[in-house]
Design a protein around this ligand. Structure first.
Ligand SMILES: Cc1ncc(COP(=O)(O)O)c(C=O)c1O
Length: 369
């Protein structure tokens, strides 16, 4: 199969106006924020173009996105999801924040697992965050139980698959989480935005035996690169959905609904191609690092297109800042995900191997090698 999806020429990428291409100076190669260096999947582009041609630029009405997600979930995970159990949200983080508001009171404890996608801390504002760090990139179930028992949190924020390190939680781990949540009366709020790309290796939290008292928040945004087209879903039992603010859906756009629906229904071949290329890119990155930066080692993660790289052996005070300032290549800085992970960088592999190779070369050159 030709490596096509992520082979967008750098000159064309630099014409983009999104964060990835505008935040830093034009000589900095950007591999930070989770945007893909891909053209829009053809069925999504065609759907939007059809709406533009019709002047069909109004408000969303019918719940076609919910139906498309249910169809996708049945096809991908064998999950018999009732579309009526999904509610439209502006985007995933809005849905997560509204679920936090619905399931907890100011001052309540909220458990999260650092290193973690930074907005998880922001949506916990006004609550007391209890940190249960991952150990060897996996959930620490023993410490999770201690946190539930001692801190009596109302909410546990689960990132599944986990950002930044791409861990896919196993059915056994998720079953243990559901058991602990039931035992200690904790609402689980699961962010599954990276799940479509993870494929069948992922287990939707609401399909886990014993999982109740939970919200699952998702969208097609990460897997099909649709951040500009706002539309997320919060999935849960009707009684739990009824507790969510009625304004939660207001910011979702009709174009978002159209794009996410087209992705879930007609973007499945594109998704399979993207998965293959990302898997190959992670192997390529691991090989480049082994060859050119043998002090470091990267083992491809199972989920997400993000690579979480420990740069401790380089002996730099702040590796991410060094690569940016000296190497002119920008990754996400480890400290964004946890105060302790200053020695890590998060590398976006949803790009071409030419750009990944150039990124590693810039890291090498920054070291004066
Ligand atoms: C785990 C996770 N959740 C949420 C988001 C953002 O989603 P949205 O733009 O729909 O709020 C991201 C973006 O990278 C993410 O990685």
């Amino acid at each position: 199969m030709p490596m096509a999806i992520f082979d967008v020429p750098l000159a064309r990428l630099r014409e983009r106006g999104s964060i990835k291409w505008r935040r830093f100076d034009a000589d900095v190669l950007p591999l930070f924020v989770a945007e893909m260096d891909a053209d829009l999947a053809a069925p999504i582009a065609e759907r939007l173009q059809r709406a533009i041609a019709l002047g069909d630029t109004g408000y969303p009405e019918v719940p076609e996105y919910q139906a498309a997600m249910a169809d996708f979930a049945g096809w991908m995970w064998g999950w018999d999801l009732d579309p009526a159990h999904a509610k439209l949200a502006t985007d995933v983080m809005t849905g997560m924040r509204e679920a936090v508001v619905a399931a907890s009171e100011p001052g309540d404890a909220i458990v999260l697992n650092p290193p973690i996608y930074p907005p998880f801390r922001a949506i916990s504002a006004g609550r007391r965050t209890v940190e249960v760090p991952l150990v060897d990139d996996r959930l620490d179930l023993a410490r999770l139980e201690v946190a539930f028992a001692v801190e009596r949190p109302s909410v546990y924020l689960l990132c599944s698959p986990h950002n930044p390190n791409g861990t896919i939680h196993t059915l056994e781990e998720l079953t243990a989480v559901a058991d602990l949540a039931a035992r200690y009366g904790v609402t689980v709020i699961a962010d599954e935005i990276h799940a479509p790309l993870a494929g069948a290796a992922h287990t939707p939290y609401l399909t886990v035996p014993g999982a109740a008292n939970a919200y699952l928040v998702t969208s097609a945004s990460k897997s099909w690169n649709l951040a500009a087209l706002k539309a997320g879903l919060v999935i849960g039992a009707p009684a739990d959905l009824a507790r969510l603010s009625p304004t939660m859906s207001d910011g979702a756009s009709y174009f978002g609904v159209l794009a996410h629906t087209a992705a879930l229904r007609e973007g499945r071949d594109w998704l399979a191609g993207a998965r293959e290329e990302i898997a190959a890119n992670k192997v390529f990155l691991a090989e480049e690092i082994a060859r050119k930066l043998p002090q470091l080692s990267y083992t491809p993660s199972e989920g997400t297109y993000l690579a979480w790289l420990d740069c401790t052996p380089l002996g730099l005070a702040d590796p991410g800042a060094h690569f940016h300032e000296v190497g002119r290549v920008r990754f996400n800085l480890g400290r964004e995900f946890a105060p302790e992970t200053t020695q890590f960088v998060r590398i976006n592999t949803a790009t071409s191997q030419a750009i990944l190779g150039e990124a590693v070369d810039r890291m090498v050159r920054s070291l004066g090698a």
